[in-house]
Design a protein around this ligand. Structure first.
Ligand code: NAI
Length: 348
């Protein structure tokens, strides 16, 4: 029996995670849930939005299903983590809970499959691509400072090690899943050293995968081409910030943020979360689309070899989507988050 640490998160997090857990339970997957409190409710109860016990729970179970967590814009908000790690005292601070979890758990790549689903209207058909977002560095190292009152600066860090690990995972994934092409997105024409290194390492790794075509695009041109002919892309290898932005753009190609799942993979642990955030504008109203979170749960089930349950959930969801009756309003229906989940459970 696999144990999964379940992090409900903030905003719509408890609604979409609750729906996902109910569906996984109903699927008969051999999975047990261990609840963990993170975010605003944890801050109230424990004085920190990310208690060390949650990291320990994920490290023990090696699996987490995570809802989105809120991060304030601007200011000096930091998540402080002090703990014993590998017999040593470890101290670090991070700009958000999601980043703290990814860094502390060494989740080096964020895998985001983006594809059309029947019944989910979008401007495009035949989109089927996978984004590999480097998850540990770039401008997300959080090394920012005010030089003076009117000037702020941030460090963009790219290393061969982190880029290679992410690229290798991406190419292996494409090979395993029968995909044919990897496109590296970069801005090496301006950031010659940082993005230059990212591009060079990606191209070096590509040499070990002769059956996969490797090409590259300057990030702005990549965005334009994604909007014009998204069906021509297969795998996308991106540094952290570009990966973040292009993921939302790509979600928009297939029906919006409500339908884009994600997997954060590390050497020991894996954490599954939707691309979207806490959606404070619709939180608590039972109208959030749980699809991205459910699909993240499906990715988790496949990761642990529960393929039968994963296939059944995917098929049940696809059937509910195709009928277009009991889906949330962003998909053209009138069902609530719970109603959508119940319709999927009824079809399992
Ligand atoms: P957001 O993704 O929460 O919302 C953007 C828009 O998409 C909103 O109009 C929202 O209503 C809609 N939307 C998002 N998810 C939806 C769903 N499942 N169903 C229907 N509509 C949905 O992005 P925003 O507003 O930039 O961020 C809000 C908060 O979320 C911030 O505090 C941010 O830091 C946090 N966030 C957390 C993430 C994480 O924990 N991994 C990822 C992204 C944002």
């Amino acid at each position: 029996m696999n144990k999964v640490t379940v992090v409900h998160g903030d905003g719509i997090g408890p609604e979409v995670v609750g729906a996902t857990c109910a569906i996984i339970k109903a699927s008969g997957a051999k999975v047990e849930f261990e609840e963990a409190l993170v975010g605003l409710r944890a801050e109230k109860e424990f004085g920190t939005p990310l208690p060390v016990s949650v990291l320990e729970s994920i490290e023990r179970n090696k699996l987490a299903l995570k809802g989105p967590t809120q991060t304030p814009f601007g200011g000096n908000y930091r998540i402080n983590i002090e703990r014993m790690k590998d017999g040593k005292e470890s101290r670090a601070d991070y700009p958000s809970i999601a980043i703290a979890l990814r860094k502390e758990l060494k989740l080096f790549v964020n895998v985001r499959p983006i594809k059309n689903y029947p019944g989910v209207s979008s401007r495009y058909q035949n989109v089927d691509l996978v984004i590999f977002r480097e998850n540990s560095e770039d401008l997300y190292v959080g090394n920012e400072r005010m030089v003076d009152e009117n000037t702020a600066e941030a460090i963009k860090r790219i290393t061969r090690g982190a880029t290679e690990r992410c690229a290798r995972y991406g190419f292996e994934y494409l090979k395993k899943t029968g995909r044919r092409k990897m496109t590296i997105g970069h801005k090496a024409n301006v950031m010659k050293m940082t993005d230059g290194l990212f591009l060079k390492v990606g191209q070096d790794v590509a040499k070990d995968f002769p059956d996969i075509i490797c090409d590259s695009r300057v990030i702005d041109a990549l965005c334009m081409e994604l909007v014009i002919k998204p069906e021509s892309f297969d795998g996308l290898l991106l540094a952290n910030l570009f990966g973040d932005i292009v993921s939302d753009l790509a979600a928009g190609l297939v029906g919006g943020l409500g339908v884009a799942p994600g997997a954060n993979i590390g050497p020991d642990c894996a954490m599954f979360e939707a691309v979207h955030g806490t959606a404070p504008d619709i939180a608590g109203k039972d109208i959030a689309n749980p699809m991205a979170m459910i699909l993240s749960g499906v990715l988790m089930l496949r990761h642990i070899g529960e393929n039968d349950a994963a296939n059944r959930i995917d098929a049940a969801m696809t059937a509910v989507l195709a009928e277009k009756k009991q889906v949330t309003r962003d998909l053209g229906g009138t069902a609530g988050t719970k109603g959508f989940a119940e319709a999927i459970i009824a079809k399992l």
